[in-house]
Design a protein around this ligand. Sequence first.
Ligand code: URA
Length: 434
Amino acid sequence: MQIVDLIKKKRDKQEHTPEELKFLIDGTVDGSIKDYHLSAWLMAAFIQGLSIEETTELTKLMAYSGDVLDLSSVPGIKIDKHSTGGVGDKVTLVLAPLVASAGVIVAKISGRGLGHTGGTVDKMDAIPGLRTDLTIDEFLHQLKTIGISLIGQTQNLTPADKIFYALRDVTGTVESLPLITASILSKKIAAGADIILLDIKYGSGAFMKTFEDAKKLSEMLVTVGKKLGKSVTTAISDMDQPLGFTIGHTLEVIEAIETLKGKGPQDLTKLCLRYAAILLHKAKKVKTIEEAEILLKKNISNGKAIEKFREFIEAQGGNPDVINNYDLMPKAEHHIDILSEHTGFVTQLSAIDVAETAKLLGAGRDRKEDKIDLGVGVELKIKRGQKVNKGTLLAVLHANSLKHIEKALLLIQHAYVIGDKAPLNPPLIKEIIS
Ligand code: URA
């Protein structure tokens, strides 16, 4: 078999056999297929698409291209959650302890962020001492003892996805529904959980810009997941404006802790409660979603949820005192107030502009090797739909270096669009597909 024949076949819109896809993935992992051939194949697949059968086969081959975790030694149903990436998306930090506080095991392998979307592993770095590089044995031990562990991607999990993703990132082939499906699901299958919730974001701050594309992706993820014997639920949620009020690592950890204490922003709290309820219901912990929400709200008000987060931090070597003393985390030297230049209603708050502002302050990366500043970011004071006067405090920039501050000030002003009429706020969770 020759890779060039596979490229020509896909270029001409023909369907690959399972043997051809195996040749492609084996050659990707052992290095016998060169990057230029892979890039050409990825572009052909991007343009011509892959059938559901091809996507399913590719997902399976990618999932088994490296280690696949066996969680069977951990008793009980294990859940996992993944987001396609958003701005201010600290859902995992709230959802994981919340679900674990109700007795369902959360086994999650998270990524670092790239570009404007922050990763959970980077956020956890703001907690002093917290390790995200546990060995698989440590990971399993922690699941058995406290029912929750969040770690970074281990070296040999889905190596084919790592190679594909790095090439897609630089060849304009990220936004392909079958390639995203294979990328996300292969990682989830390799991570071994029984129940998977995928948060599909749409809007200016997401990969999927429209609800229609997010819906198509959701349907493909559920269909392929089912064919591979996995219980996959997708929730399509709004990412046109950031989630919660904070963007930046320490700032987001603080907001997650506040949410677990019952003092979080309404949108973040609502999303986390709903997702956690879906997971408890899927794990058969409760009979109805309503029953689950009552239980979860109780665990927030009686302190069980924040206590689970404390246990988690301690088990992974972090300093649990951060829960009551936010000064233990890195923070920024300068705080710059952003005031409204107009009177009216905030009709738009662009998630991508806010993310780019935070990145200019040092909270994001352009390249994998870039170092991020954990203490900086954007604290929003006003969100979409609120009324403002000229001079109202819109946001506070948390900065250390003032190198790009002029550009950051322009961008954050640009993020807020102020008009005469209150906008119609779209629902936070638009659809759930199971
Ligand atoms: N997230 C992933 O893990 N993979 C993709 O291809 C896109 C989003």
